[in-house]
Structure formats: structure tokens, C-alpha cells
Design a protein around this ligand. Structure first.
Ligand code: SF4
Ligand code: SF4
Length: 540
């Protein structure tokens, strides 16, 4: 934790009293710990994005182009014409307030402009001023605001304090999706060169080498080889992990964090063990080496550009269909945008499990199946030999990652797997899971360290629910299926709910999977000695 980050006792004191200022007057204040650094010029240049320059949000002069206002208003007009949802969302909010207390950033910060209704109003007020007769004539009386530099700065501050998690949309009687408004807000900011490096650098890397960290094909191969060696040490079995193999049945795409970060890496070990055990005819790709799509946090155009890579590789390698790993935004892109951007992927076949014969009809258009759907189907057909006692040192709860749960309804499959591979499982309170799940506080590209205070504030509702099951049931592990979650939940829990680790669902599967010909397992995939739960808690 950075020295300047306040402790939990201080941060838990949230002041919800109104600040006595009218929301119509912007008060952008870039306090250290609450905002993200700007995108580096080299990354904007690489992607052909506008206005590359050196600047930071705390600078008075943002070095905007001279005609920035025209650019933004033209961009807004274009998007009002192109996206029916955007125009609808600008017009139909009745300000009932049902969404007001549903955002984790509002709950954790007490800042009224983090209420979804008011966050959207920041852009709606400008829409009203320039695109509606009432706003043109009556101005502030009807909640219209001129577009000024301070308004633009306020957009930056609050649209980069929305994780695009869509929790608020679950509660809106009109189905207004504030995440979509945030996405448009970020697109408009991008038009004048105002975006954050934690998003733009991974996007640029993805273009250059196919993954967020810029790992080149030989580096990718090294990482996979390392995992194969390590698995051999743990299980005594040498698995195959083919890369760029043409004519395989299945292309497997995972988030790059799975092969360079922990605890993600243990999830990779679980995938490799599973594919070996069932004899799946598959390949990895050194070019589609990233399932994640940070385009989702930048612009619709960028989503499309990054998503195309997965299908280009599937076509080049001549596979029949695709399995995708434990990644959050990959699934939102696939299920909400891909078909109208780069799909349907009709050059592939409707996925059929070669082991169970199950035809995944719901993937008839995307031709892509989530690893949890694939594994749950194997378990349901009794095709895996599992020993849940090898997870006895874990007492597990499950965090529904926002994108797979709310965006594509992937609610039961991960739970089904966990219940089959672990003996101790406890749900968090109902209003904090499934469609109503609380975000980790770091989605949509906010997982960087410079905004740690805001991450801890935004992640407080999630962590509070974890703390509840830790104290009530002795939970010591939070399982999830999103790479951003796996990266940002450990520091969040260390701060708010110490004693709870984070793992992928396929790490737990890998621990429990009894492989044909394996030697007696003495450690879990983390290399920790296998101990009974009682023994583990006695040493805790
Ligand atoms: S719940 Fe929907 S209609 Fe009500 S204030 Fe929020 S966005 Fe507007
Ligand atoms: S999408 Fe999530 S982060 Fe954004 S306003 Fe809604 S609840 Fe808050």
C-alpha cells in the first residue's frame, strides 16, 4: 500500500451529507490517489489517436486542440445519430433515483456525482444545452450546461471513476445502462486526446504483439513451456501445450495475465491439466495471445479492432470453434458487441464437445464457449475424476465478475464446478452476488496504482461482503473468473478483509483433478503442502 493511502478506519468514514454546492457548477479537483495518469503520447501515436502530447490531469492546461469544443459536439451529434441507445438514455431518465445508491463508487466515496443518475447527468446536461430546444432556450433552469473546460475535466474525473460494471442498470426501471453512457463519455474524451495510460498502453501493446504486456511470440512460448515443466514437477505428467498448430479442433484463448501473473497462473495450470486429461485436440495462438479487450474501455471502434484478432487467428489456424478462458471483458465483448462488429463467426462450426457430444446451441453465432461451460458439462457427464479433499485447505466463496455474470448470465456453471471440487463453499449475501454482484472497484481499466484510494473506496462494498463470510463461516478464499479481479482483489482484500486469498475456478479444478498416471500429489498448484482444513486453520 502506498504511504499516503489512508487506513481502513479512516476510509470507512464516508460522509454522505450534501456538499452545499450546485451540481451544475463543475468543481474538478484532481487529488492524488483518486485519478489515473494520462496516456503517453507514444501510445496514442501508435494507435493513430488524436492529440498526442505530454500532460497530466492535475495540470491546469490540458493542451486541448483549439477547436476541442467543436470536436466534442460534432462527436456527440454523430453518436446520437449512430447509437439509438445513447439518444434514448439521454432522453428517458425520469430521475427517480432508483439507481442512486447502487454504485459502489458512491457507496465508498459519498460523492453525489458518483451516483449513476448524476454521473449520466454530467453529459446529459451538455446534450440538453446543445441538442434540445428546451435546453437551448431555458438553459440552467432545465438542467442544461455550457460545455466548458471545467465540464470536460469533470467528465474525465467521473467517467474514469465508473467501472462500467452495469450494476446500476439492474435497478433502473427504464433499463438505462449508465455503463454505455460512460463508454460514450470516454469516446468523446478520446477525440481530444484525454484518456488514461493504464488502458491505452495495453491496447497499443495488443496491436503490436497481440497481448496487453507486449509479450512477443517467443516469450509467450517460454511462459507456456515453463508452466508445462512446473506441472510435471507437481503431477509427474508432461502435458502437451501446442501453439499455432493448424487444423486443431479448438482454439483456446485466455487473458494474458494467466501466463504472466499470479494468482492467474495457477488457473493456466488447471486449463493445461484439464485439456491433457480429456485429450482435447486444441491449440493456443501466439498471436491471439490475449482474450481481454481493453477496447471496451476506450471506444467501440477499438473494441472492433481488437476483437478481430481472435477470429482472424481462428480462420488462419483452421479450427472448428473456440474456447475462451477466465476473462471478464472478453465475454462482454463477445456477447454484446461482436456479432454486429466482426461477426457472426459463421466460418466456424457450432461448438460440440468432443468428449460429451453436447452441442452448445447458445454459442451458435459466436462459436465460442466459456471454459466454465465446457468444464461444467464434463463434470455433469461424469467425465472427470475429482478429489475435492485436495482443496480442504480452502473454505471458498465466489465473486461473480460483473461482465460474465450480468452481461452473459454465467451464474451457475462456476458454482457447479466449485461445489464439485471443494467441500466448503459459502455464498456472500444475496444482494451482493449474481446479477447484483458488486464490482471489484477496478474494472474498465482502473486497476492501476495511482488511483489506489479510489479503488479501495470503490471496492469497499465487495470487500465488506467478503469480510462478512470470512467472519461468519471462516472463508479464506475468494474464487472468480476475471483477470482484472484476480489482479486487483488481492490488495483490496488485504486492506479490507485480510486472511482471504484469491483464486481462479480452474485452479481449484486443477487441484482436485485426478489425472491418469499421476504420482501422489503432495502439494497444490501453488506448491503449498496439502493439509486438511483443520490443520490449515490451526496454523493460520
Ligand atoms: S433508475 Fe433509471 S430512470 Fe431512475 S434515475 Fe436512475 S437512470 Fe434515471
Ligand atoms: S456502471 Fe457501475 S460503476 Fe458505473 S455508474 Fe453504474 S454502478 Fe457505478
Amino acid at each position: 500500500m502506498a504511504d499516503q493511502t489512508p487506513g481502513p478506519d479512516a476510509l470507512a468514514k464516508v460522509d454522505f451529507r450534501p456538499k452545499g454546492k450546485t451540481w451544475l457548477e463543475p468543481h474538478p479537483e484532481f487529488r492524488k490517489g483518486t485519478y489515473c495518469y494520462s496516456a503517453a503520447p507514444k501510445n496514442l501515436t501508435y494507435l493513430g489517436l488524436p492529440n498526442p502530447r505530454e500532460w497530466q490531469p492535475f495540470n491546469d492546461d490540458w493542451k486541448l486542440p483549439p477547436d476541442w469544443k467543436t470536436i466534442i459536439l460534432d462527436g456527440m451529434r454523430e453518436r446520437l445519430d449512430r447509437y439509438r441507445s445513447f439518444r434514448l438514455f439521454m432522453d428517458i431518465c425520469v430521475r427517480c433515483g432508483a439507481c442512486a445508491d447502487k454504485c459502489h463508487f458512491y457507496l465508498g466515496s459519498g460523492d453525489p456525482k458518483n451516483m449513476p443518475v448524476l454521473r449520466a447527468e454530467l453529459i446529459r446536461s451538455v446534450y440538453r444545452r446543445y441538442f434540445t430546444p428546451a435546453g437551448r432556450i431555458f438553459g440552467a433552469v432545465v438542467g442544461a450546461r455550457d460545455l466548458t473546460e471545467d465540464v470536460l475535466k469533470e467528465w474525465f474525473y467521473y467517467f474514469y471513476q465508473c467501472t462500467e460494471c452495469r450494476r446500476c442498470s439492474v435497478f433502473c426501471p427504464y433499463g438505462i445502462d449508465t455503463a454505455e453512457i460512460t463508454m460514450i463519455g470516454r469516446e468523446l474524451l478520446t477525440l481530444v486526446g484525454c484518456n488514461i495510460n493504464w488502458v491505452i498502453e495495453p491496447v497499443a501493446n495488443c496491436f503490436r504483439t497481440g497481448n496487453h504486456l507486449g509479450i512477443q511470440p517467443h516469450g509467450f512460448k517460454d511462459s507456456i513451456d515453463f508452466a508445462v515443466d512446473e506441472l510435471e514437477e507437481i503431477t509427474g505428467i508432461r502435458v502437451e501445450a501446442p501453439i499455432n498448430r493448424k487444423g486443431a479442433d479448438v482454439l483456446f484463448v485466455m487473458p494474458s495475465a494467466d501466463y504472466f501473473g499470479t494468482p492467474h497462473y495457477y488457473t493456466l495450470l488447471g486449463y493445461l491439466m484439464l485439456f491433457h486429461e480429456i485429450g482435447l485436440d486444441y491449440t493456443l495462438s501466439a498471436y491471439a495471445s490475449e482474450g481481454g479487450n481493453f477496447g471496451l474501455f476506450t471506444s467501440h471502434e477499438m473494441i472492433k479492432r481488437l476483437n478481430a484478432k481472435v477470429y482472424a487467428e481462428a480462420r488462419r489456424l483452421g479450427v472448428k470453434w473456440i474456447i475462451g478462458g477466465e476473462c471478464g471483458h472478453m465475454w462482454r465483448v463477445l456477447h454484446q458487441y461482436m456479432d454486429t462488429m466482426n461477426g457472426p463467426a459463421d466460418f466456424l462450426q457450432v461448438p460440440v464437445s468432443p468428449i460429451t457430444g453436447t452441442r452448445f446451441e447458445h454459442a451458435a453465432s459466436t462459436r465460442m464457449v466459456h471454459i466454465c461451460e465446457f468444464t461444467a458439462d464434463l463434470i455433469r457427464h461424469g467425465r472427470l475424476n475429482l478429489d475435492p479433499s485436495r482443496n480442504d485447505h480452502w473454505n471458498v466463496t465466489f465473486h461473480d465478475s460483473c461482465n460474465p455474470s450480468r452481461a452473459m448470465g454465467l451464474l451457475e456453471e462456476p458454482r457447479y464446478i466449485i461445489r464439485n471440487v471443494c467441500k466448503a463453499f459459502h455464498e456472500m449475501p444475496e444482494d451482493t452476488i449474481r446479477e447484483k454482484t458488486f464490482c471489484c472497484g477496478s474494472g474498465s481499466g482502473l486497476g492501476t496504482d495511482e488511483n489506489l484510494e479510489m479503488r479501495l473506496r470503490g471496492g469497499f462494498p465487495r470487500a465488506n461482503a467478503v469480510r462478512h463470510v470470512r467472519d461468519k463461516h471462516g472463508v479464506n478464499l475468494l474464487a472468480c473468473i476475471c483477470a482484472i479481479d484476480k489482479a486487483t482483489l488481492p490488495p483490496l482484500l488485504e486492506y479490507w478483509a485480510p486472511g482471504v486469498d484469491v483464486a481462479g475456478v480452474h485452479e481449484l479444478l486443477g487441484n482436485a483433478l485426478v489425472m491418469r498416471g499421476e504420482r501422489e500429489r503432495t502439494t497444490d498448484l501453488r506448491g503449498e503442502p496439502l493439509t486438511a482444513r483443520e490443520e490449515a486453520s490451526a496454523h493460520a
